[in-house]
Write a protein that binds this ligand. Structure first.
Ligand SMILES: Cc1cc2nc3c(=O)[nH]c(=O)nc-3n(C[C@H](O)[C@H](O)[C@H](O)COP(=O)(O)OP(=O)(O)OC[C@H]3O[C@@H](n4cnc5c(N)ncnc54)[C@H](O)[C@@H]3O)c2cc1C
Length: 387
């Protein structure tokens, strides 16, 4: 395995880590959800990467003004942020498919969901129980998978792949050329089978791949008290003039996702933006502190526990998006070039679908076809995307 920067330095280390039987695409979700459970059982994933079942729901809630939040918090003022231009700044990560909306069940606010301001809650719809929804800590999960693979004999090389080299009039792979990290000399490695798992960077080695990149910010908190195990999709109506001095006269709607994690940690992410194009490496991803502060402010508007919590990480990463009339991916399987495989374009469900993808790729490479899930005709075959 050749990784340019460090294991889990991209979205795989900075995602929310939600796993769900109601995720998409349906042909691989059950396999991957089950494999997560089995991996956690076999390798102590509950302690090693925070695997656990969680409840999940959609919360419609009114936010309070930042100044009110600060006043109610006895002089714990939240930093204010300038108001931004809209179009490029708030792109939905599209985590819920139409099907999953159907799974919403009208329900009251569960008793143990007690870390939002009760009186501001307008509705709560359950989307999943700990049997159908789970979570991992993505950085811990991804780095643990790499360590476990190394224990079984996989070799991990830190270096940037510069080219895939072909033979027989470009009909088959021959080798890859990469530059080991912190050196200036490139090395070529012969290869019979190459799997491209570059996420949003896929086009850098396979320009025809219909995979683009969407930046998204997130933060982690240490809340002022431990929060019950819920993953919450919020829909927050912010009052006019949410920020002191803001001119907007209409309510604004925002929808951060907020996930409680083990060890008194909370994760929250905002919507995507297209303001900064994908940089060459994960090390160069720009973090806009004001967008992280926006997420913190939205959380402070609906929860005292989050208002009074300590922000422990402010980060950004790029979501791999599939943009094609053929389907919405991910692209999993062989290409038209002998020995060249793709496993990329996992959009907002790459952590959930990671183990299933790995299992299927091993079957494609070693057995010639996928056995563990019915993937034919499911819109996943890279060849149908012209690769
Ligand atoms: C804010 C946010 C929240 C999310 N939440 C969830 C969630 O709750 N549940 C879920 O299932 N999914 C979630 N996702 C989606 C998930 O994070 C992604 O689908 C997944 O991480 C993509 O994995 P990947 O390995 O394809 O890409 P990446 O994690 O981006 O990895 C690509 C790797 O390729 C390396 N690379 C690039 N170029 C080269 C090169 N030339 N040579 C060698 N290496 C190279 C990079 O350094 C990088 O490490 C979320 C995503 C975002 C952005």
């Amino acid at each position: 395995m050749i990784e340019a920067t460090s294991i889990a330095s991209g979205a795989s280390g900075k995602a929310g880590g939600l796993l769900a039987l109601w995720a998409y695409p349906s042909p691989i979700v059950p396999l991957s959800f089950r494999l997560h459970k089995e991996l956690a059982k076999e390798h102590g994933g509950d302690k090693r990467w925070g695997y656990r079942g969680v409840s999940c729901g959609q919360l419609d809630v009114k936010g309070r003004r930042l100044s009110d939040a600060a006043a109610e918090g006895e002089g714990n003022p939240t930093k204010t942020n300038p108001v931004h231009d809209e179009a490029k700044e708030r792109v939905s990560l599209k985590k819920r498919s139409k099907e999953s909306y159907k799974a919403l069940q009208a329900a009251g606010v569960p008793e143990d969901l007690d870390w939002f301001i009760d009186s501001n809650i307008q509705s709560y719809d359950s989307m999943g129980t700990p049997e159908t929804t789970a979570q991992v800590h993505p950085y811990q999960f991804t780095t643990s998978m790499a360590e476990l693979a190394q224990e079984k004999g996989a070799r991990i090389i830190l270096g940037s792949v510069e080219s895939i080299n072909y033979k027989d009039k470009d009909s088959a792979v021959e080798s890859i050329t990469y530059k080991p990290k912190n050196t200036s000399t490139s090395t070529t490695l012969p290869a019979t089978d190459i799997i491209l798992t570059l996420g949003p960077w896929t086009q850098s080695l396979l320009p025809r791949a219909p995979i683009s990149a969407l930046r998204a910010h997130s933060i982690t908190f240490r809340p002022s008290r431990p929060c019950s195990a819920y993953a919450i999709f919020t829909s927050i109506t912010l009052p006019p003039q949410f920020r002191p001095g803001a001119k907007n006269k209409r309510p604004q709607h925002v929808s951060p996702e907020i996930y409680a994690r083990p060890n008194n940690e909370l994760y929250a992410c905002g919507e995507g933006d297209t303001l900064v194009p994908l940089p060459p490496t994960t090390a160069e991803v720009a973090v806009d502190e004001s967008r992280c502060q926006d997420i913190a402010d939205y959380c402070a508007a609906i929860s005292d526990e989050l208002r009074d919590g300590e922000i422990t990480t402010r980060q950004a990463c790029y979501l791999p998006q599939v943009e094609s009339r053929v389907g919405s991916g991910p692209l999993i399987g062989r290409t038209g070039t002998k020995g060249l495989f793709v496993a990329a374009g996992h959009t907002c469900w790459g952590i959930q679908n990671g183990p299933g993808t790995g299992k299927l790729m091993s079957e494609f490479v070693f057995d010639g076809k996928a056995e563990s899930a019915r993937v034919e005709g499911a819109g996943l075959d890279p060849r149908t995307y012209g690769l």
